[in-house]
Design a binder for this molecule. Structure first.
Ligand code: ZN
Length: 500
């Protein structure tokens, strides 16, 4: 018997436990009752221990070593990739003592509700001790895995985006800082005024939900394999390519839910497009966080915020909200949904200022991990950076450092992939425009052609390729952040009628 065939049942068990854990995560954010937290956290802690055993037990370690030695016996690219991914997962967790791993899982399960409470009370001090513990664990865990001389934050970054370290990200964010901060200033002082007041108003929730379902389906989210629910913070999760779950939230601003849904549908379409032979294996998910974000932002911005996208469906939208939008021409609507407005909330940010929000988180994470900054410093540093880059200052923690759930989940090194994703999307966008009548397809409602292109070049592969490889194979060149800068300057220069 091949070592791989003996390894396979372990892989399947690990994936089954992981799927169950994912479902708990989903449930925590959507339907779980308020008091479920503590007890469910202990179930999650126990299952996490089981996962560790199945994914990184001694037997698995030996089998993986044999699989590598018997490389010729591996019969497909997929098998080779599964062994590679399992090896990496093993290295990620091997040196973490089981008790510490379980303790950390319990801590993060609990801290989500501590964070939520702190946010509600607008009081960072409530969350600070939990956050300090999470950072301590994260640094400890990264330390177990770091190669000699490797920076801890680089270890964390590697989990989300292979091949991107502080060195390359400093360069990337440096470009953003030098080009976009002054460009934003120019738009604020020289750009024309855009009215978006009609986007806020009496948009009944049941109608917004109807619109959300329509749009998700229109861009290609398959409701036979997916669901849409409500959560405080929109997100996507997937159990496998036949069960993909997205959420949104409904507010007084109709465009908030509308673009959240298109964004999450973009994530969902990626997961649904992964090949059947890869799903429910460690290779059966998006290539990286950044590549995932490139797809959601591609759907949200390149597709969803284009005037051509709305041409075939704007009448439907107007019909749904005649009082609010009946008098608003299409051009005024698409101008409004592209309005640049430096604000405090990342998830509500316009496309131009979005990466500045990410830049701020990147700089703070570097301070926390590499400079050992005290967590109690976060509120002040956060506010100062917002003032410097965006010209706004939060008046309380709820609209400042408590707005994102990521740190409470132990996700450090995650944020940069949001900005990288936008940059990947811009590079793919320019390449696609050379190869198809992109605007015409949108105007005719033929989104299937665009979706098929993305499935063919990106989605189907899961993690068979890295994000860098996908970019190269799809666009013919390595990652090039200048496309992103060019995209933003061209688009917003035109909308605001300023020279870039
Ligand atoms: Zn996203």
């Amino acid at each position: 018997m091949r070592a791989y065939d003996r390894l396979k049942p372990y892989m399947e068990k690990a994936m089954a436990i992981k799927t169950a854990l994912t479902l708990f995560e989903w449930d925590n954010e959507t339907l779980a009752p308020q008091e479920a937290g503590e007890l469910t956290a202990s179930v999650i802690g126990l299952l996490s221990g089981e996962y560790l055993e199945a994914a990184a037990g001694e037997e698995v370690e030996q089998l993986l070593a044999r699989c590598e030695a018997e490389d010729a016996a591996l019969s497909s690219e997929a098998e080779r990739a599964i062994v590679r991914e399992m090896k990496e997962e093993l290295e990620r967790v091997r040196d973490i003592p089981k008790e510490e791993y379980q303790e950390f899982a319990r801590l993060t399960a609990r801290s989500a509700s501590i964070w939520a409470k702190a946010r509600e009370e607008q009081n960072f001090a409530v969350f600070a001790p939990a956050l300090a513990s999470i950072i301590r664990y994260q640094k400890k865990f990264a330390g177990y895995r770091a190669q000699k001389g490797e920076a801890l934050y680089d270890v964390m970054l590697e989990d989300y985006e292979k091949g991107f370290t502080m060195e390359s990200l400093d360069r990337f964010f440096g470009l953003i800082k030098t080009h976009l901060v002054p460009f934003l200033q120019k738009i604020k002082t020289e750009g024309r005024r855009i009215d978006d007041s009609f986007l806020t108003g009496d948009y009944p929730e049941y109608k917004q939900e109807k619109l959300a379902r329509f749009l998700a389906e229109y861009v290609g989210f398959d409701f036979k394999r997916g669901v849409l629910a409500v959560s405080a913070h929109p997100f996507t999760t997937n159990l496998h390519n036949k069960d993909v779950r997205i959420t949104t939230h409904y507010t007084k601003r109709v465009d908030s839910s509308l673009f959240s849904v298109i964004h999450e549908a973009g994530h969902g379409i990626y997961e649904m497009g992964i090949r059947n032979d890869l799903t429910l294996t460690p290779v059966g998910q998006g290539a990286s966080m950044g590549m995932h974000e490139s797809q959601s932002r591609f759907f949200e911005n390149m597709i969803g915020r284009s005037e051509f996208f709305w041409m075939p469906i704007y009448e439907k939208l107007r019909g749904l909200f005649p009082d609010e939008l009946g008098e608003i021409p299409l051009e005024a609507f698409t101008d409004a949904v592209n309005k640049v407005q430096p604000g405090l909330i990342r998830t509500e940010a316009d496309e131009l200022t979005y990466s500045l929000h990410v830049l701020i988180r990147y700089e703070i994470e570097k301070l926390l991990i590499e400079e050992d900054m005290d967590v109690r410093e976060i509120p002040r540093v956060w506010a100062d950076k917002y003032e410097e880059y965006l010209g706004v200052r939060p008046s309380h923690s709820g609209e400042g450092e408590l707005q994102d759930i990521h740190w409470s989940q132990g996700s450090f090194g995650y944020f940069p992939s949001y900005a990288l994703g936008s940059a990947f999307a811009a590079q793919i966008y320019y390449h696609m425009r050379e190869n198809m009548d992109f605007d015409g397809l949108l105007a005719r409602g033929e989104l299937g052609v665009i979706r098929e292109y993305l499935r063919e070049n990106i989605h189907q592969y899961g993690r068979l390729k890295t994000s860098r490889q996908i970019l190269k194979d799809t666009t013919g060149e390595d990652f090039n952040p200048l496309y992103y800068i060019r995209y933003l300057k061209e688009k917003y220069g035109k909308i605001y009628r300023v020279k870039n």
